[in-house]
Design a binder for this molecule. Structure first.
Ligand SMILES: N[C@@H](CCC(=O)N[C@@H](CS)C(=O)NCC(=O)O)C(=O)O
Length: 228
């Protein structure tokens, strides 16, 4: 059975959404990043980047949520737009836009707003600005169309949902008012039974909740290693 290495964080949750939507049987294996399990040798053999998610599907190993969504969609033929170079170009562009922009800027915005030991106004504003700019681009696209690519719900919408549903954490409680079209898509997906199962998956395991020195040492290793 497909092994899904996960936590309740945004990137694994969008893969959980695909697995639930597609009805693929899977074995959910917890990787408690606050306990440092992402750095264990057996997990690094699967994902050398020491992050979740990753999957092992027979002899196929895939890490990075965006790569996993594309792999699973192509393998199953599900949640892809119709064939054609034009729409394929859109699919790849928006997947990479989420992978290289929405995800990293959202993650850094949360880091500097919530977890950084010093509240650095420049860094907070830099990452919030860029996260907001990226969400604004998604919102503008969704003002003119129901879904991100093609006429139906695809892996790009699942990819977008992963971080967008946490916009209040990324940008503050009032931020949803700026993205009505994106909110419409997020609300539609969040109401789907598969999305509810994806979000509830984390309740099947027990996780370290404290963001204490053990968690900081595992997740924010730059705090103890000066690079430049
Ligand atoms: N580009 C990767 C990013 C993965 C990532 O940053 N995962 C976070 C959870 S959302 C993680 O594992 N954090 C633990 C850590 O940084 O130690 C993806 O989309 O899968």
């Amino acid at each position: 059975m497909l092994k899904f290495y996960y936590s309740g964080a945004p990137n694994p949750t969008k893969v959980a959404l695909f697995l639930e939507e597609a009805g693929l049987p899977y074995d959910a294996i917890p990787v408690d990043t606050r306990r440092g399990e992402q750095h264990k040798a057996e997990y690094l053999a699967i994902n050398p980047n020491a992050k979740v998610p990753a999957i092992v599907d027979g002899d196929v190993v895939v890490f990075d949520s965006n790569a996993i969504l594309l792999y699973l969609a192509e393998k199953t033929g599900k949640f892809l737009p119709p064939n054609g170079d034009k729409v394929r170009g859109e699919l790849l562009s928006w997947l990479m836009f989420v992978a290289s922009g929405v995800g990293p800027y959202s993650g850094q915005s949360v880091h500097f707003r919530i977890y950084a030991p010093e509240k650095n106004e420049y860094a907070i504003n830099r990452y919030a600005f860029e996260a907001q700019r990226h969400f604004g681009i998604l919102d503008a696209r969704l003002a003119k169309r129901k879904y991100m690519v093609g006429e139906t719900y695809t892996i790009v919408d699942m990819d977008v949902w992963g971080w967008s549903r946490l916009i209040p954490t990324v940008l503050g409680e009032a931020a949803w008012a700026k993205f009505p079209n994106l909110k419409r898509l997020v609300d539609e997906i969040s109401a789907r039974p598969a999305a509810q199962r994806a979000v509830a998956l984390r309740d099947k395991h027990t996780w370290k909740t404290e963001m204490d020195d053990v968690a900081r040492n595992a997740m924010f290793r730059h705090m103890t290693e000066k690079v430049a």
